[in-house]
Design a protein around this ligand. Structure first.
Ligand SMILES: [Zn+2]
Length: 67
């Protein structure tokens, strides 16, 4: 994931997630336990947001644009 995503297409809650995610990567690279723990401090509901973004990403990039 990167900030190259079309952020303007995302709901605000998911923009928060993407930004928190990228900020966490300044401190921790990769997606190990330490990364998710850090992200959890900024955004306790990160797992829900991540699932939401995964789902939305599939729809945006895999043929969902015509719906
Ligand atoms: Zn990441």
């Amino acid at each position: 994931m990167s900030l190259g995503w079309p952020l303007f297409q995302l709901p605000m809650s998911l923009v928060d997630y993407v930004i928190a995610h990228e900020l966490a990567h300044i401190r921790v690279s990769g997606h190990g336990v330490g990364f998710w723990r850090l992200l959890g401090h900024a955004l306790p509901e990160w797992a829900d947001r991540r699932d939401e973004l995964d789902e939305l990403g599939r729809r945006l990039w895999m043929g969902g644009l015509d719906s």
